[in-house]
Ligand binder design. Structure first.
Ligand code: SAH
Ligand code: SF4
Length: 362
């Protein structure tokens, strides 16, 4: 994996870190407020934001924070008029996608946390890319700013963020945690922590770290199968973090955070949409404060599975209901612009996968 060399990731610094950085560089901390406001309220680039500092400091600090804002290469609008997808180019040429959804009067941004993903789930387009690199906290925050700007004209506020775009957020823990802190800062986007959801493939140590955070965000776990064997066939990472330890970590999170755990279940015809699968799932989740999100498989190149049908989904939900497990059947959204779950591939096969000697820049 290559890591981008940022001198200083200014837009990715939580408020306290920003103040400390100014102090270390001989700038009075009193300037932190103005700098923060420029970055996170006005959404300025680092270079523009630094203009609020006195000239004598600016000249010295500017070369340290040259990171440009991600460039929007393409914007696609779904035929439903409610989904928009942004293809962004980062400073080193890596490409990621961000999705803005406006359903039921709520605006939600789906943010990427990595360029590509190392987890290799067989049904996911991002997984086919391999991992290029972790995103910096600033690059994660910048996606929310892109979404907010896109909403601007509509006068709507960005209220929800789901860390469910490209990549595995718990494989980039520290940067994701800093980004969340910035997004939830009352002087910025001011999102409520309960309205930030992190979806993980099931990295057990990461879930336990989340459980130990003073104010954890909502947790969604991509389960997709209720037996270790079936899960490992869909999700290679499941071999490393087996189902029993995963469920134990979810219980610990639920207890410590006093929150329900959301479980994602992609319905694949004949594979995990059967009444038997539903019963095994119900038994697995017994006693846990859980909510199951059922998502019919979205088509991706290279995976032959078909989406579960609506009758199978209805039966599945009925079995869960009888076991007192709430569930929601998610609608197909944004498929015409490949903005659905698991479809984000940032414009094709990732160079990291195609060229073994790949060095990090496009
Ligand atoms: N890496 C994290 C978050 C990004 S994937 C995770 O795996 O949870 C976001 C969600 O899309 C996950 O629940 C994932 O299982 C689901 N997903 C992946 N490919 C899909 C597909 N083809 N159809 C429907 N959902 C898919
Ligand atoms: Fe990575 Fe999530 Fe896709 Fe699996 S489903 S490959 S963890 S992005």
């Amino acid at each position: 994996m290559t890591t981008q060399k940022h001198a200083v990731d200014l837009p990715g610094m939580p408020r306290a870190a920003l103040a400390a950085w100014l102090r270390e560089n001989g700038v009075p901390e009193s300037h932190a407020r103005g700098l923060w406001r420029s970055l996170h309220v006005l959404g300025e680039t680092p270079a523009r934001a630094l203009e609020c500092l006195p000239e004598k400091h600016r000249g010295r600090l500017a070369p340290l924070c040259e990171t440009p804002r991600p460039e929007i290469l393409r914007e696609s609008a779904g035929g439903d008029g409610l989904t928009r997808k942004f293809l962004l180019r980062l400073a080193d040429g890596a490409r990621i996608e961000t999705v803005l959804m406006r359903y039921d009067g709520r605006a939600t941004a789906c943010l990427s946390t990595q360029a590509g993903c190392a987890m290799g789930c067989v049904f996911c387009a991002t997984g086919r890319l391999g991992l290029r690199r972790n995103l910096t906290a600033g690059e994660i925050v910048a996606q929310a700013l892109v979404a907010r700007e896109a909403l601007g004209g509509a006068g709507e506020r960005l209220r929800n963020v789901v860390l469910m775009g490209m990549g595995e957020p718990l494989a980039n823990y520290d940067n994701v945690r800093d980004a969340v802190e910035i997004l939830c800062d009352s002087g910025g986007l001011a999102l409520r922590r309960a309205r930030v959801s992190l979806s993980t493939v099931g990295i057990v140590p990461g879930i336990l770290r989340m459980a130990a955070e003073p104010r954890p965000v909502s947790l969604a776990v991509s389960l997709h199968a209720a037996s270790q064997e079936e899960r490992a066939a869909l999700i290679p990472a499941a071999r490393r973090w087996p189902l029993d330890s995963l469920l134990q970590a979810c219980r610990e999170y639920s207890r410590a955070a006093r929150r329900k755990v959301f479980f994602e279940w992609t319905l694949i015809h004949g594979r995990n949409d059967t009444p038997d699968s539903a019963r095994t799932l119900a038994a697995l989740l017994r006693g846990l404060d859980a909510h199951v999100n059922l998502i019919p498989l979205n088509p991706v190149a290279g995976f032959g599975g078909r989406p579960g049908g609506s009758e199978a989904a209805r039966q599945f939900q009925e079995i869960l209901r009888r076991a007192a497990i709430p569930s929601t059947l998610r609608q197909y959204r944004g498929l015409d612009i490949a903005a659905g779950c698991g479809q984000l591939a940032a414009g094709g096969v990732h160079p990291a996968r195609r060229e073994p000697g790949f060095t990090g820049a496009d």
